[in-house]
Ligand binder design. Structure first.
Ligand code: GCU
Length: 430
């Protein structure tokens, strides 16, 4: 059985050693519950024996951007596709976009609201993703946009009565949908984003792939998948959500009021895992932001704290490729770790947001992945994170091309997080 690090006593711990270990464990529990923890630093990452970012599968050292782009980046992408997220289809898909609702004076005149149905079709089937877009009404130029998926339906992101309800399955905790209009308004901070001069685009993750074990027969799976012929590297829900984010970006590229060269992809928790994978797979995203994405998101798999690969595979078997199951309790055998996922975003700015009480997502593991992604940025002559020591709560690090903060509090997205993400993106968009 996998144990958190503080529980590890080494082989044959007996007598006083076991007593000290138990005492240590108790202290660690108290520390974990209080939300404080020993500071992670770069040496700890080193001791985890992370796979090398800058050595090719042939054992060659990567010392130039050309080598990175021609060889190593593709190798790492392929390892993640094969062993972790699964392979998204590259078969052609037809897409059409239809605005089904629009108001240039939404939110008391502050915003233009547009709701657009994206219809995706192949010979095998059809899927529809409803995008909700708010743009600052006063904008005279195309604006940068924050793109994120939501958990419960577009209508949960704001109490705005014009937002269409989801058409399909929703999580039991947001059902019936009518009762949850605006229920996640505090998480999405639409007004705040608009006031800072940015647009926000969102879609319900369930339009892309409903988040339950449906046997890969719903959402965009219908367009490509043959369930009885699923190979071990077939895509799971996280890869499907990431692929859907790219399709939404295809649409945003057609919107004249949007500056599609400045679209930041962002996600919280499971949708943060998807945002990172979308940013790795699709280099059109100009900034990539993970909020509390944790295991198989920004957190290192090899750090035995919080959610493990075994736990995530057990609870959410539909999120990743089947091949990933082989690494339950065998993280050390993974040919990648999550610092390499952040490295795939280079040279574009990446940001990792953690929360101090979110032990399940392992904030220190998220921080260390950000630290150890640096070599990819350094190849481009850029700085990754500007420190290798875990910062205090509410002390954002934003000097380099990788940003990080540890917000005080629990697993969530708050105004504090949004402000930091906008500060960071703004710096790089100027
Ligand atoms: C669970 C899961 C996490 C995930 C989270 C979420 O806690 O274990 O991996 O990030 O749900 O998406 O809210």
């Amino acid at each position: 059985m996998r144990r958190p690090k503080w529980f590890m006593t080494g082989n044959g711990a007996t007598g006083w050693r076991a007593g000290i270990a138990v005492l240590g464990a108790l202290c660690a529990v108290i520390v974990a519950l209080s939300g404080a923890d020993a500071k992670a630093d770069v040496e700890e990452g080193d001791s985890l024996k992370l796979p090398e970012i800058m050595v090719t599968l042939d054992g060659e050292a990567v010392t130039s951007v050309a080598q990175w782009r021609q060889t190593r980046r593709d190798e790492i992408l392929d390892l993640f596709r094969t062993h972790v997220y699964g392979r998204s289809p590259d078969a052609p898909v037809e897409m059409s976009y239809k605005t089904f609702e629009e108001d240039p004076h939404a939110l008391g005149g502050k915003a233009l609201r547009r709701q657009v149905a994206l219809t995706l079709s192949t010979e095998a089937g059809e899927a529809r993703i409803d995008v909700l877009l708010y743009l600052p009404a006063a904008a005279e130029e195309p604006v940068p946009v924050f793109l994120l998926l939501n958990f419960g339906g577009n209508h949960t992101v704001h109490s705005d009565s014009a937002i269409a309800l989801p058409r399909g399955w929703v999580q039991p905790r947001v059902s019936p949908p009518e009762e949850y209009r605006g229920a996640r308004q505090d998480v999405h901070c639409v007004e705040l984003i608009i006031e800072r001069g940015y647009g926000v685009a969102t879609a319900y993750c369930g339009d892309i792939d409903p988040d339950y074990r449906h046997g890969f027969t719903h959402g965009v799976h219908q367009l490509f998948d043959v369930p009885e012929e699923r190979p071990g590297d077939a895509w799971g829900a996280v890869a499907a959500w990431a692929w859907g984010l790219s399709r939404i970006l295809d649409y945003l590229e057609t919107e004249k009021a949007v500056d599609s060269s400045r679209v930041a992809v962002l996600g919280h928790s499971r949708l943060g895992k998807a945002a990172l994978w979308a940013g790795a797979e699709d280099e059109r995203f100009s900034v990539v932001i993970s909020n509390n994405s944790g295991c198989t998101g920004a957190a290192l798999a090899r750090r035995p704290v919080g959610e493990s690969v075994a736990a995530i595979n057990r609870s959410f078997p539909h999120w990743f490729a089947d091949n990933y199951k082989a690494y339950s309790d065998r993280e050390d055998e993974l040919p990648v770790d999550q610092h390499m996922l952040i490295a795939l975003i280079a040279p574009r700015p990446a940001y990792v947001g953690s929360a101090s009480e979110d032990r399940w997502a392992d904030p220190e593991g998220e921080f260390l992945a950000a630290v150890h992604a640096a070599p990819a940025y350094e190849l481009y002559g850029l700085k990754g994170l500007s420190t290798t020591e875990m910062p205090d709560v509410n002390t954002p690090i934003q000097e380099g091309h990788i940003g990080y903060h540890l917000r005080a509090g629990r697993h969530d997205v708050t105004e504090y997080d949004w402000e930091r993400y906008m500060d960071f993106a703004e710096k790089h968009w100027k």
